[in-house]
Write a protein that binds this ligand. Sequence first.
Ligand code: F6P
Length: 321
Amino acid sequence: MKCIGVLTSGGDAPGMNAALRSVTRTAIFNGLKVKAIYRGYKGLITGEIVPFETQNVSNIIQQGGTIIKTARCPEFHTLEGRKQAYENLVKEGIDGLVVIGGDGTFTGARIFSQEYNIPVIGIPGTIDNDLYGTDYTLGYDTALNTIIQAVDKIRDTASSHERLFLIEVMGRDAGFLALNAAIASGAEAAIIPEIATEVDQLEQLIQHGFRKSKNSSIVLVSESDVTGGALAIADRLKCKGYDPRVTILGHIQRGGSPSALDRILASRMGVAAVDALLDEQRSVMIGIVNNEITYIPFTKAIKSEKPVDKYLFDVLKLLSI
Ligand code: F6P
C-alpha cells in the first residue's frame, strides 16, 4: 500500500475532523501518501481529490463539522457512479480507502470494496450511535452534551411557568440520544422507538410527578416514524387536556466543538484504521467495545440491530418519581 484516500460521508458529526487528522498523520508517519476526497462519494465520482500533508490537518482537532465537507450521494448507489469512482481512484493511485460516516456510508463501502477489490476501512461517525459493533460512534457524546445543555435551559422556563415540555431530539430510528439525554438531564420520561409508550402511560408518569409536588415536566422524544415525533405526541396529550410546549432541537445537535471523549475516540480510531489497512484488512468498521479497539465486518455493523439497554429505561423511570 502506497497511497490512501480518506473521505467523510453522510450526516456530519463532531469528531470527524479529529479522525481525519489522525488518519492523515498516522498514514504519513507510516510512509504512505494521503489524498483527501471532498464531499464524500460525490467527490470520488467527480474527482475532487487533493493531496494532504500533515499541515492540512493542523488546528482542526477542535472543530465541529468536516473540513473536507460531506454529502449524501445517490449516484454512488448506481453501477455507473461506482465505476466512475473506481476510475478516479486508479487515476489518483489510491490503493486503500478510509471512509468516515454511518450506515449509509458503510453500505456503499461494502459494495464498492467487493465490486472493485479495493480495501476499505470504516470509522463510525454519526451522532445517532446506531451502529452495531461499537459502544460509541464519533459525535454521539458531543451531541448528548449539546442536548443536555439545551434541556437545562428549557427547564428554567418550564419550572417558572409550571409547564410540560416535549423536547424532540435526533437519532433517526434509534433512541440512544433521547434515552441517555433524559437520564443526564433529569427528565421525567423518554419516548423512544425501541420501547412502546402509550400516551396513557406517559400521562401516568406526568401525573405522578405533579402529585409529588413537581410543578413542571420534561419529556424527551426521539424523532422517528414510530414515535411520531414531539408534535404528534403533543397533539395526543392536548386531547387529554394538557397544554404542552414543544421544542425540536434539530441540527444544533450536529454542530459544535467535539468533546474530549469524541476527540480521543477519533484519534484512536484513525490510528486503528490505518493499521488495519497496513495489516491488509478490508471491509471492516473500527469499533470500541469496553474501551478496546475492535474490527467488525461492514455486513455485521450495518445489518445487525444495536439494542438500547432496557435497564437504562428502568433507571430513568425510577429516578423520575
Ligand atoms: O444521521 C444523523 C442525522 O442527524 C439523524 O439524526 C437525522 O435523522 C438525519 O441525520 C438528518 O439528516 P439531514 O441533515 O440530511 O436532514
